[in-house]
Design a protein around this ligand. Structure first.
Ligand code: ADP
Length: 517
């Protein structure tokens, strides 16, 4: 056996030492023999809180009262009992092994009381030899309370860790001087730092030094026990500022806690909300404007329809008279025809816009010769141009593409007619020029006049339905306010876009671009 066995003399010296410590030393005890001090051993053993057992061959031959109580046996019951039997079955081999090997180290095992209850035991043993026989003294301490306290400490530490780690907000714990001593995962994720980058650095590392000069951290308020909530920016690992809200409090003399909330999402959500509100407001304004325009349109429409209708009915009535000469009859018929055409025009525009809006106007592409379309339109408008002494001309790029351009012919005619008609309507003693040229992958069409022009604040509005911002010459708008919105829609249906440049009293240029297919 490898254990150090105590000689009788050594044991005797130890007992004396203990007696001295306990104040039991009796004069002349140096002369006492080992067994004459039996009662002193007993006193010592009984005074101990630990259970003390003397074992021989693994069986108990002596025990103190604490040992009996600890395992719930009487002195008589414990004497002769195997040491392994007072531990749970899973730990008996361990106990036996320690006894057999004479191991003097400390170990833990679960003690088993007579009533079947269990406790955490800390065991230490030492072998000694007495009169040639091998004995072992074992002391057993009930460490259940300590173990439970340790367990509770571990559980509370784990609970704290899990709260800290699972917190959605960043958490920083600082020492009394403002050095970071703990940081959670959320904060590291938010800032891109590693824990080692921050631990034991001063918290000011997280802020822009210039900013700190202007707005220092309020340790003075924290020292007064105040909670300090601030909104500012911290600088992340890559130097990018992050808007945050930081709620700090001194939690003890040596610690403070800072809860750091990333405000980026909140700011984004607020911006989104503001933008949605803006859009809603715009949509509401548009709806109100459209409603207002519709009412204005209806009022305008009834006026517009009534004028030509009166012309038709009035002159038809006059035609009934038999006393009319043929020239007058002819003139009346012309008025009826013109009024009819005006009515048709209005009805066509209303139909066109409703067809576009209900998707009943398909796009039909074909190859067309722009030169011949332009010439036809020019001829058609010559009488109108002459009415107000305007010159009408056009130019077409001489590229092959102009002679074989793929587009929806009806729609392109309609758009050109609307724009040229407007140009002539709002110009006097001037010119209207129209044409097309190639611009990269687009065909760029334009209709230019040097008429009354349009003020900047109306440039967008004229593309709204039913909007008329100026009346034509002779105060006669001869229109519905639908020509431009229809034209813009038709261009968009062909994959293009339309815009206008204009200056009051100088004239306007309407542009529309169609893609080369
Ligand atoms: P309208 O049938 O009234 O001409 P449009 O939608 O074609 O309807 O035009 C809307 C308004 O835009 C016109 O009433 C006019 O005020 C303005 N406008 C259009 N073209 C011109 C132009 N070439 N010069 C000046 N104003 C124009």
């Amino acid at each position: 056996m490898m254990t150090k066995q105590l000689s009788n003399r050594e044991l005797e010296l130890r007992v004396k030492y203990l007696e001295k410590k306990l104040g039991y030393l009796v004069a002349g005890s140096e002369q006492s023999s080992f067994w004459s001090m039996d009662h002193r051993f007993r006193i010592l053993a009984e005074a101990a809180h630990e259970g003390i057992f003397i074992l021989e061959d693994g069986y108990c031959v002596e025990a103190n009262l604490s040992g009996c109580d600890m395992f719930g046996y009487t002195y008589e019951e414990i004497i002769g009992r195997s040491a392994a039997s007072v531990f749970i079955s899973e730990h008996r081999d361990l106990v036996r092994e320690k006894i057999v090997s004479g191991d003097s180290g400390v170990y833990e095992a679960i003690g088993l009381r007579k009533d079947g209850s269990v406790f955490h035991a800390e065991v230490r043993g030492r072998n000694f030899d007495y009169e040639g026989r091998d004995y072992r003294v074992s002391t057993v301490t009930d460490i259940t309370f300590r173990r439970n306290a340790e367990q509770k400490l571990i559980e509370s530490e784990n609970k704290y860790r899990s709260v800290v780690e699972n917190a959605a907000d960043g958490l920083l714990i600082g020492d009394g001087e403002g050095k970071i001593i703990d940081v959670n995962g959320s904060f590291l994720k938010m800032t891109g730092y590693k824990a080692d980058d921050l631990l034991f650095s001063h918290i000011s590392k997280l802020f822009d030094p210039e900013e700190l000069k202007e707005r220092p951290l309020r340790f003075d308020l924290l020292d007064l026990g105040e909670s300090v909530i601030i909104q500012r920016e911290i600088i992340d690992k890559s130097g990018v500022p992050i808007p945050i809200e930081m709620n700090s409090k001194r939690t003890s003399k040596d610690n403070y806690l800072a809860v750091v909330r990333d405000l980026r999402e909140r700011i984004k959500a607020e911006e989104n909300l503001r933008s949605v509100n803006r859009q809603l407001k715009e949509a509401k304004n548009k709806a109100e404007e459209s409603d207002r325009l519709k009412s204005a349109f209806l009022a305008n429409m009834s006026h517009e329809i009534r004028t030509p209708m009166n012309g038709v009915l009035g002159f038809a009535e006059l035609l009934k008279s038999t006393e009319l000469n043929s020239a007058t009859r002819e003139a009346y018929l012309d008025i009826i025809i013109q009024s009819g055409q005006q009515l048709l025009c209005i009805i066509n525009d209303v139909l066109a816009i409703s067809k576009i809006e209900t998707g009943q106007m398909p796009v039909q592409f074909s190859r067309v010769d722009l030169l011949s379309i332009f010439e036809e339109i020019r001829l058609f408008f010559v009488p109108v141009a002459n009415e107000r002494n305007n010159k009408l001309s056009f130019s077409v790029c001489d590229e092959q593409i102009c002679h074989s351009f793929e587009c929806d012919e009806t729609k392109i005619r309609q758009v050109l007619i609307n724009l040229i008609n407007n140009g002539l309507k709002f110009t006097q003693n001037g010119h209207v020029k129209f044409g097309v040229y190639r611009e990269k992958e687009w065909m760029h069409f334009y209709v230019e006049d040097n008429g009354i022009g349009i003020s900047a604040n109306n440039l967008e509005r004229i593309f709204y339905r039913f909007v008329q911002v100026s009346r034509g010459y002779n105060n006669n708008p001869k229109g519905t306010g639908l020509g431009l919105p229809i034209s813009q829609k038709l261009v968009e249906m062909m994959g293009g876009m339309m815009h206008v440049d204009s200056e009051p009293a100088k004239g306007s240029v309407f542009h529309f671009l169609l893609p080369l297919r």
